[in-house]
Every structure is written in C-alpha cells, then in structure tokens.
Design a protein around this ligand. Structure first.
Ligand code: ZN
Ligand code: ZN
Length: 383
C-alpha cells in the first residue's frame, strides 16, 4: 500500500505553521480516535495515519527531511530514523488525557483482560507533582518516592511458602469462577473458595502473608519536559503497583500542577506581568527594568503619555511550547501609580502644574466630561 502524503493526511498546506498543524491534527485525531469509534477498523487506520503524519511534521528536523526526501526519509537507514516509538506513545497519551479528561475511564484495576485466573494486574498509581513556573519553563528531572507494592522476593510472587507451591483450586478447577443453577438459569460467579484466583495456597509465604507482594518505597526519576502546563498527566507505563501472582504491573500517572507565580501569569505560552510605574515616568517617558522568567532582566521603553493598562510585548520571552521550538511572548502591562504621602512642597508643585494644565493635557477626561454634559443637556430637552 502506498503511503499518502503527510500534508494531505492532515489536510494542510506545505507551508502550514506549527500551530496550524496542531489544530488540524487535534481535529482529525478527535474524529478518528478509537475511543470514539469502537471496533471501526477504518477509523483506527486513519487515526494511526494522522498520528504518524503529525509526529513527523511537528518535529522540525523530521519535517525538513520529509520535505526533501518524502517517505523515503524514514524507510530503514533513512535520515531521522523511524523514531515513532515509545516517546511518541507517551506523548499521545499525554495529549489524549488532556483532551478526554477522566471520561475515558481509568485504565486497569482488577483483573487484566483475558489473563489467567489469579493473576491480577497491579493498580494504577497517581502521583501529584507540583512544580514552579520556572521549572515548567526550563524542564526538570524530579526524583519521586512512591509507596508501592512489588513482587515478593521470598516466594517470587506466588504467595506460597518457599519449597511449597500453590495448588489448583478444587472447587473451580483453576477457572476462578463457578457455575450454579438458579431456577432456569445457570449463573457464573467468582469462586468462593479461591476468590477468583484459581489456586489455593495451603502454606502461605511468611514474608508477604500469601499476597505475593510486599510494600516498598520506590524511587523514580521523572523527566518533566520544558513547556508543561498545569493539569498535564504523564503516564509511566508499568511503573504502578506490581501485579498479583505474576500479573502485569499497573501504570503510574503523574499529575502535574504548577504553583502560582508571585508576578507572572501564564496564558498558554504567553506570560503576563503587571508592573507599576510612576506618574512621572508615564508622563515624561523613561525606561523600566522588568523581570524575565529565565531569571534575567530586560528593559522596556515607556513613551511619554503612557496610560495605565497599556501593554508592551517582548517577543520570545514567554514559555516554551511543549515539544516544539516555539516560544511565547512576555506582555508587560503597566499601571500608573498615583503618588501618595506628598510633602508640602510636592503638593505646591502639583497644584502649580494643575493651574497651568489644559484639556490638551487630559484629552480623555475632557472628552468624557463633555459627553456627560451632552447627555444631561439632551436629557433635559427630552423631558
Ligand atoms: Zn511471599
Ligand atoms: Zn476456585
């Protein structure tokens, strides 16, 4: 089967920007997502195709290689390599968890699908990780300690004392479920003897009391990429609680939250900072020093006659966009501070200024009050 052009798959122009790609991808991914099209093979193929196209085009290097060589760029030995592996899987799960929230239903828990009786998939674990805005900016490696249970070493997870073995449950014959007749119906229920395990431990392991796993604290190193946002989930497959009696491990979900910053507010990749300036700087012009999230400072020129709430944009000083080379902007919003606690001399100077002031100095208030006058005058005529 020949492969469709990636741009065609996403329905975008060859010149599409990263954000256009993202929008197109999200739209298509939502439409074809397997959770929304259960059992629809065609949707599944489309979904994979869309993923693959986006994975390639959203990566600057891969996109450049694709633009030059087409699909040949990624056939074996080609530039860029296949690379549609693990990392992508994780990324996909990140964004889909963001999209679909909890509505997808928590994976795992209880018995693994179609697994042998007695084997239980370990529970998924949740870990809340709070980081600062600066850490979200630069990315960080966080070492976390999670209380979890791991397979018991003494019994290799079987739950039976060393030298002994669990035996097959005689009540259910190892099936884990039993049938019982009730009126006309045969119903099937969990075996009361082995509680669904299919086997019975006569001589339980002393280290784990027969559970097959023990509680332990584990240390994990989590790589938090630069540009993460509040509410993001990172899934670490297989890092959850270990399974029972040889069942697969659950997953670990790291829920990220970002601490509020004392003076930066974030909106996507852009940062906002409110900076008070003096009345004199606002009137006469001047330069102010403002903070940047990377820990540096930068200058902003304030032109003469600047009003409160005026915004100044500093390009490229915002947050990085997750897994892209884009960077947001920093917006400085000034607020003009009215001077307080004036000395006698300062009062005199301001009064002197006021006497010499005209409507030209305050066009906005002059305009406003003339509108108010007109309003009352026309009101009087109406009456
Ligand atoms: Zn044990
Ligand atoms: Zn049984």
């Amino acid at each position: 089967m020949s492969k469709r052009d990636y741009y065609e798959v996403l329905g975008v122009a060859k010149t599409a920007s990263e954000s256009e790609l993202k929008v197109a991808f999200r739209k298509l991914a939502m439409v074809h997502h397997p959770d929304r099209n259960p059992g629809d093979k065609e949707a599944e193929i489309k979904f994979k195709e869309v993923n693959e196209a986006y994975q390639c085009l959203s990566d600057g290097e891969k996109r450049a290689a694709y633009d030059r060589f087409g699909h040949a760029a990624f056939s074996q030995g080609g530039a860029g390599g296949p690379g549609f592996g693990n990392e992508f899987g994780d990324f996909m799960s990140d964004i889909f968890e963001n999209f679909f929230g909890d509505g997808r239903g928590a994976p795992g828990g209880g018995r693994g699908r179609g697994g042998a009786p007695g084997r239980e998939r370990g529970a998924d674990l949740r870990y809340n990780l709070e980081i600062s805005l600066e850490e979200a900016f630069s990315g960080k490696t966080e070492t976390i300690r999670i209380p979890t249970s791991i397979a018991c070493e003494a019994c290799s997870g079987t739950g039976a004392k060393a030298g002994s073995k669990p035996r097959t449950c005689s009540t259910c014959g190892g099936y884990g479920r039993v049938r019982a007749a009730q009126g006309f119906f045969a119903i099937e229920r969990t075996c009361p003897n082995c509680h669904g395990r299919g086997e019975v431990v006569d001589d339980p392991c002393t280290a784990c009391s027969g559970a097959g796993r023990v509680n332990r604290e584990r240390t994990l190193s989590i790589n938090v990429p630069a540009g993460v946002d509040d509410g993001l989930r990172i899934r670490l497959a297989g890092e959850g609680e270990s399974g029972l009696r040889g069942g697969p491990s659950g997953d670990l979900y790291v829920f990220l939250s970002i601490k509020p910053h004392p003076f930066f507010q974030r909106d996507g990749a852009d940062l906002f900072c409110r900076v008070p300036i003096s009345m004199v700087t606002a009137a006469l012009s001047g330069e102010i020093t403002v903070p940047v999230i990377d820990g540096s400072q930068t200058q902003v020129r304030i032109p003469a006659g600047t009003q409160t709430a005026k915004q100044f944009r500093i390009k490229g000083k915002g947050m990085p966009v997750l897994r892209s080379r884009e960077v947001g902007d920093l917006y400085i919003q000034v607020s003009v501070e009215t001077p307080q606690n004036l000395t006698k001399r300062q009062r005199e100077l301001l009064q002197e200024f006021d006497q010499s002031a005209s409507d030209e100095n305050h066009p906005e208030s002059a305009g406003f009050f003339s509108k108010v006058r007109d309003f009352f005058v026309s009101g009087a005529t109406r009456a």
